[in-house]
Ligand binder design. Sequence first.
Ligand code: ADP
Length: 740
Amino acid sequence: MIVFRDIRRVGKQRGVSLCKEDRDALLLKVSQELAKQAILGTVIIPFFLILMLLSSGYYTFMPHLSILLCSLMLIAVSSRSYALYNILHNTDCYREKSLRLLFYSAITMAALWGVISGLFIYHYSFEFPVILILMVSVGIAAGSVSSFFMWRKLALTYLCCAFGPSIVVAGVAGSSALYPVVAAMVFFMIFNICQLKFWNEQFWNNILTTFLYKEQTYQLSQSMTDVEAVMKKNLKRELETESAEAKMRQLFDYSYDGIIIADLDAKILEVNQTMLNFMEELSEEVVGKALAEILQGQEGINGAIRDHFEKAKKGKACSFSCWMRLKSKDYYVRINLRRVLWFDQNVLFLTLRDRTDSTAARAQRNLKQQSLTDSDVYMKAILRGIELPLYCKDLQGHYIAVNETFEKICGKTRDELKGKSDFDVFEVNVAKFFSFRDSEIAVSGESVEVKGTFQLGGYERNLLVHKFPLKNSDHTIYATAGICTDVSTLQKTLQTAQLANEAKSEFLASMSHELRTPMHSILCFARLGEKRASVKDWEKLESYFKMIVTSGDLLLELLNDLLDLSTLEALPACTDFQEYDLGEDVGQIVSEFRAMMDERNITLIYQQPLFSLLSNYNQIRIFQVLRNLLSNAIKFSAPGQDIYIDIGTDHINIDGTMLPAWKVRIIDQGIGIAEEELELVFDKFVQGENKKQPGGGVGLGLAICKRIIEDHNGRVWAEQNEPCGAIFTFLLPFSDGVDP
Ligand code: ADP
């Protein structure tokens, strides 16, 4: 191992003992220093060697030896360069080997130098200026040695190798001219060795001092940095603590929540301003009191307060809401109780938040919301329920709500109207009508009625609008509304009602007349009979009874008609249908009337078909129809006239489908019906202009016929017969008409 013994010695002398790391660091530094100083010699020595060989002519004198020496020198130079490179660039791993290489390559170079010097002296002591060569050699050697003063072993070996051969050759050569040279060389060697010793110690001393100084400076700066960092940290912490404390204090003072800080025995330590405001107390009056005293007697927390304290003391946070009476006022409060570290002390931290307003406000809000929802529901129900067209507009004249009937008469949907003004949706004249006096109502609060006629929703409307304001509970007007009445419909209804009334009066008059006439004759003949009973004029009596029977029959017929009509109108459509032969049934009714017609000298012509005319119907009702039509035909025919009945086929349109039907026609040649009365005669209590004709009646027969035929999905109508008389036709579907 390469050891720099001098460093130990100097260290010992100065009483410095280095640890292993420091020693290694120092050695590394020394090696690198050594390497730096050896760079120059590595270049100069081979340069001068070659220069000497060439300039002295030794190269031509002994070329082989010169080449050999040069080659050896090159090898040594390469090794030394390699060693220097490693030392300068590698810190640790190759240092040992590189130092060894440096040592031996340097010695080799010195030895080669010495050998050449010796050879020169031996061969050319008289022919060449040897002195000059030697002087150059000495200078180079001295320079080289100076770079090795730090490594004494190397330096001594180097000197011996470099000068030894020259001195020996010079001594052997025995030339008196060389003595002074030899003496100078010896002297120079001794001088160098002495210098070496002196420099050596100084060098190591300096090295050690520098190293120690640097080390200490570094350590000092390091500890200074540490101290600085610690101081900075402390300062920062102090500032943070200060600001945190200030913040906490601010939070405590300005918090919207009331805060009480108590020790773990629940004695109040501090109270913030909000809490003092709640309690209407001064800080001095509260601090020092027991927390329970403040909260004692409060509704809802009496029993539980101790439990809450205990819980909080154990470090469990607890919160609860309750009503609390503080001085003069009741508060609904949310209390939060917890244990916290407050300026290095464990305390109970009680926060109290006033929620009175929020709870009450929420309750009020809910109530209002509810009533709004309710009124909305009522409003909608009212709008739906009212059958008259109705609208609501805001004070700017924009529609807020309309009902379905209003939508219908306007021909606009709710969505089309909502938020729009009249002028946005209607023609100018309609818009003017609907908006007329709106603003006046909004100001005066009086309701008004406006009337107008115009085209609306495709119809001519004659509207009467009752406009009125909508007021809040405090009587402020917030909207206007209007209820429309279609006067034209009203007028029509009035007309219909008047007509109905007239018909009723007429009917009553006619009925009373019709009823009175037979009743009168019944009573009349009954009284006559009563008188004649004692006389026992049986023939007369019989004729009276006959008259009574006839009048009774007439009365019965009238009553039957009335009863029939009321039954037909009260009951749903007759559906008791069965299959019958219509031809045969018509024949049956014809034979019923045969005697009557013979009596009146009227001929009834009916050709009963040979085959069955099957159809589904209610036989009793169809008989009723045939009887009514036939009796009318007879009633309005004069003696000697003919009545025809024929049955054919036709089609009837039922719900868009053409169905086959029997067509029955009763044709007479009687007084006939006026053109304008052909439809009217089927209405109840309607009698034609010919009603004055004999036979009576109240105008119900045809109405009953119409109802029966329609119940069968058939149709009945009247026509004029040419040249005189009337034709009554009815169509009866083959099947019942319900399911053809
Ligand atoms: P009434 O019992 O009055 O006859 P109807 O309803 O049977 O009632 O007839 C109504 C009116 O139709 C009759 O008053 C009459 O004017 C007219 N009418 C009905 N049938 C005939 C007919 N065959 N010829 C002329 N007019 C008739």
